[in-house]
Ligand binder design. Structure first.
Ligand code: HMG
Length: 390
């Protein structure tokens, strides 16, 4: 019998502030229905200057890190495209903040929104080679396009942390991936700016094309079809995007299968609709949203996963829900956290957006009162970022 490997734990963190997208639409002179219905986003997480991918990633992992056997950890990977240094990985800082063992490998992976899946697949292979070890994979990002830019409605911030192990409690990650890569310029982030550049329409076309090609290859390789899936989760740059891709293949399924996949897709978008794009973490936010909101799923259900990272890489794979997966979720706490966040006026959102640490060698002290997590970027001193555990 082949060994089961997959996601044993899941943790989530997103900043405590959001802007209401109907209010943002009005401020930008846009019909709110375009943002709420046309794009499919209602709220957008806004990070204060004291939070970045390191603090958000550590906060997401802190949800379960003290419940696991840390001595088994052999690998810590941060998947991000919002790195805080071109050389040093955020993973090694997270190792310190979480008080992880010294004898672990720590590094960062970059390939746009695909970095989280790249980390997960690397971790899967690591556990296959070392079944008694575990790996921590963190997908964290801040999506920034700029105030009043075309991409503004698709911003967001957050992190999902995953523990990968043998005999996982939540979902296996099957060795059935179909993937493709091609050098295209649909979205990118030049090193001299933290604002992403995107060819909006072209990027959505490429996303759909990569989905179709990965899915066709997956079907060819596995002989599986839509009827075999309880749900299909997609990378969600905005909640309508995955459905645009799914819609191109759903007519191949019978009515009952279409209804099930449509209903579960809707549940997979609940959290993204309120948080926004978290790039590397978006697909795993969709997984979390599905598992914590779908009452009809049961152990043994096969879940499809489509990962897309601009530039571009696409991958389709699947996993099976495990017997006690519900016992390892934290849905009530996640929903309560999202509900208690502080709504910013558009003016306060703009001020927080502009308060981000500058690309400059200046000393900075961040506003400690604006963070709610256990970890904070206290500022920059002598060009060294100062991270603290609260
Ligand atoms: P846009 O030009 O503002 O939007 O760009 P639009 O004019 O295409 O309208 C969007 C939808 O709203 C349309 O529906 C309209 O009909 C509808 P659709 O044709 O798409 O079904 N609409 C309305 N609906 C109801 N009531 C109304 C109304 N008005 C219009 N009154 C875009 C939108 C997402 C392109 C833009 O925000 C953007 O460029 N975002 C950034 C890029 C992006 O997210 N691309 C997605 C694919 S690439 C990807 O996923 C990778 C990524 O995550 C990065 C990475 O990998 O690292 C981005």
């Amino acid at each position: 019998m082949t060994m089961k490997i997959g996601i044993d734990r899941l943790g989530l963190y997103s900043p405590n502030y959001y802007v209401d997208l109907a209010e943002l639409a009005v401020a930008r002179g846009v019909d709110p229905n375009k943002f709420i219905i046309g794009i499919g986003q209602s709220e957008q997480a806004v990070p204060p200057a004291a939070e970045d991918v390191v603090t958000m990633g550590a906060n997401a992992a802190s949800e379960f890190i003290d419940d696991i056997d840390k001595s088994q950890l052999g690998l810590v990977i941060l998947g991000t495209e919002t790195g805080i240094d071109s050389s040093k990985s955020g993973a090694v800082i997270i190792q310190r903040l979480l008080d992880l063992p010294r004898h672990v490998r720590t590094y960062e992976i970059k390939q746009a929104c695909y970095g989280g899946t790249a980390g997960l697949m690397t971790a899967r292979d690591y556990v296959a080679a070392h079944p008694d070890r575990t790996a921590l994979v963190i997908a964290a990002d801040i999506a920034r396009y700029g105030l009043a830019s075309g991409g503004e409605v698709t911003q967001g911030a957050g992190a999902v942390a995953m523990l990968i192990s043998a005999n996982p409690h939540i979902m296996t990650v099957e060795d059935d991936s179909a993937f493709l890569s091609a050098d295209i310029m649909d979205f990118w982030r030049p090193v001299y700016t933290d604002l992403a550049l995107a060819k909006g329409k072209y990027s959505t076309e490429k996303y759909i094309e990569f989905f179709q090609q990965a899915w066709a290859e997956y079907k060819r390789n596995t002989g599986l079809d839509l009827k075999d899936f309880a749900a299909i989760n997609c990378h969600l740059p905005y909640t309508k995007m995955g459905m645009k891709a799914l819609k191109t293949v759903l007519p191949d399924a019978d009515a009952a299968d279409q209804d099930r996949l449509n209903a579960n897709y809707a549940l997979s978008t609940n959290y993204s609709r309120r948080i926004g794009n978290i790039y590397t973490g978006s697909l795993y936010l969709a997984l979390l949203s599905l598992l914590e909101n779908a009452a009809t799923l049961t152990a043994g259900d096969r879940i499809g996963m489509f990962s897309y990272g601009s530039g571009a890489v696409g991958e389709f794979y699947s996993g099976y829900l495990q017997a006690d997966y519900r016992d390892y979720l934290n849905g009530a706490a996640h929903k309560a956290y999202l509900d208690q966040r502080v709504k910013l006026s558009v003016a306060d959102y703009e001020a927080m957006f502009n308060s981000k640490l500058p690309y400059a060698p200046d000393d900075v002290v961040t506003d400690a009162a604006l963070t709610t997590g256990k970890f904070r970027l206290a500022g920059v001193k002598d060009q060294e970022r100062q991270y603290v555990r609260l």
